[in-house]
Ligand binder design. Structure first.
Ligand code: PMP
Length: 453
């Protein structure tokens, strides 16, 4: 390999960046066009670079640091586990893995009591789909256009957003449909009740025309995240549950982003009183301190694989360091009432502040969300609801959002930006003072978006 700059003893951000540019191949990027920020450290709701710039993290990285950065109890648990047992194959019984599974099962709704561990969300989705196909003996899977389910082979095809397009050649067996989203209704609905009723009728019709006997599963994000934090109308998920039961279809809820406190409950499904057959999780289960995800499995589907082998596995399934961090994360979240904090700050501070911000800014078309899971839908015109940038805009066409993001960063705020939206998704541990600091910076940065209305 070609010798190049080393970051072994980095004195400066420039050295770290040079080393990165030499050998790191980045996700979702044209390698020659990116300029990654060198990071020197992080704690709680903040991270910082080498030049003394500190950012309030309103993105929770990729919406995963629910417990904040460097939580001391989680760091200590990883260190203790590393001293005790770093790795062991998934076939053995090991205390830390059993405890992580027990704590996940205790928190998931209904009878989702068996846990298959993976290294992240996409692998959880892959395995949930495989379980559904083997359980039903059917092949097709239905998923929503406004969705993200991961970047492995099946997960990217299930994904509805345009990141699917370059990989869409292998989408056999995947059928997309429209979920409910009143602000940009696919059904010309004017009320949540109409949206709910018409979205369910559309799903019924999709199933009828695909042939119910060919459909293994319907997968939905409980509250679609990356695609815009669209809280479904009351009754929608219960309606999907009923449709699945009637047709013998496995109902998969993807809670990779919405789970583990993000919405102000342990799982978003808790808001709707719905239990899926399979629930996928990752991110918040251990705030990403060590890669971990998984599938929580109903008693009925688990029974399918009681006397017949489940034909899937991963070398690092239930990795001890990942499980130790998950046990410490779930325990700390309970002890420190972190889920309750997410609900409280969301309802009392963030939600009201965002609604007030929306009234003052011509670029804010809609505010929606719950817990510490909020989206601002930015528009050119509040009347027509035309998005501030076109769907999947890149380069010059995306300039308004790029200018908005740059304004946030100048104000010490690290925003989550996707298409014409910014999401307010801080750590579940965020304090009232930090939330107010971030909201003030957001308020100021929105002037950059207003300039394009
Ligand atoms: N499902 C959902 C709902 C997600 O938000 C994500 C990641 N953003 C994934 C699956 C994929 O998870 P991962 O990146 O850990 O593979």
């Amino acid at each position: 390999t070609t010798p190049s700059a080393s970051a072994a003893d980095p004195a400066t951000g420039a050295a770290v960046k040079a080393a990165d540019r030499a050998h790191v191949f980045h996700s979702w990027s044209a390698q020659g066009l990116i300029d990654p920020l060198p990071i020197a450290g992080a704690e709680g709701s903040y991270f910082w670079d080498y030049d003394g710039n500190r950012y309030l993290d309103f993105s929770s990285q990729l919406v995963n640091t629910n417990i904040g950065h460097q939580h001391p109890k989680v760091v200590a648990a990883i260190q203790e586990q590393a001293a005790k047992l770093c790795t062991i194959a998934p076939g053995f019984a090991v205390d830390v893995r059993s405890e992580a599974a027990r704590l996940v099962a205790e928190r998931t709704p209904g009878d989702l009591d068996k846990i298959f561990f993976t290294n992240g969300g996409a692998e959880a989705v892959e395995n949930a789909v495989r379980m559904a196909r083997l359980h039903t003996g059917r092949a097709k899977v239905l998923s929503a256009y406004r969705s993200y389910h991961g970047a492995t082979a099946t997960a990217i095809n299930l994904t509805g957003d345009p990141r699917r397009w370059p990989s869409d050649t292998a989408s056999a067996g995947v059928v997309h449909f429209w979920g409910p989203f009143l602000y940009r209704s696919a059904f010309h609905a004017e009320t949540q009740e109409q949206e709910c009723e018409r979205a369910l009728a559309h799903l019924e019709q999709t199933i009828a025309f695909e042939g119910p006997q060919s459909i293994a599963a319907i997968i939905l994000e409980t509250v679609p995240g990356t695609a815009g934090i669209m809280v479904p109308p009351a009754g929608y998920l219960a309606g999907v549950r009923e449709i699945c039961d009637r047709h013998g279809i496995v109902f998969i809820l993807d809670e990779v982003m919405a789970g583990f406190g993000r919405t102000g409950h342990w799982f978003a499904a808790d808001h709707f009183g719905v239990t899926p057959d399979l629930l996928t999780f990752a991110k918040g289960v251990n705030s990403g301190y060590v890669p971990l995800g998984g599938v929580a499995i109903s008693a009925e589907i688990a029974a399918t694989f009681d006397q017949r082998p489940y034909p899937g596995g991963l070398t690092y399934s239930g990795h001890p360091l990942a499980c130790a961090s998950a046990v410490a994360t779930m325990n700390a979240m309970a002890e420190e009432r972190i889920v309750e904090n997410a609900a409280d700050i969301g309802e009392r501070v963030i939600g009201p502040a965002l609604r007030e911000i929306a009234e003052r800014h011509p670029s804010v078309g809609e505010v929606r969300g719950l817990g510490v899971f909020w989206a601002l839908d930015l528009v050119k015109n509040k009347e027509t609801r035309e998005p501030l940038v076109p769907y999947n805009a890149a380069g010059a066409a995306n300039a308004p959002m790029a200018e908005f993001a740059a304004a946030c960063k100048r104000g010490g705020l690290w925003p989550f930006v996707n298409m014409n939206r910014t999401h307010v998704v801080p750590a579940c541990t965020i304090t009232e003072a930090e939330a107010k600091e971030g909201l003030a910076a957001l308020d100021e940065a929105l002037a950059a978006a207003d300039a394009h209305t």
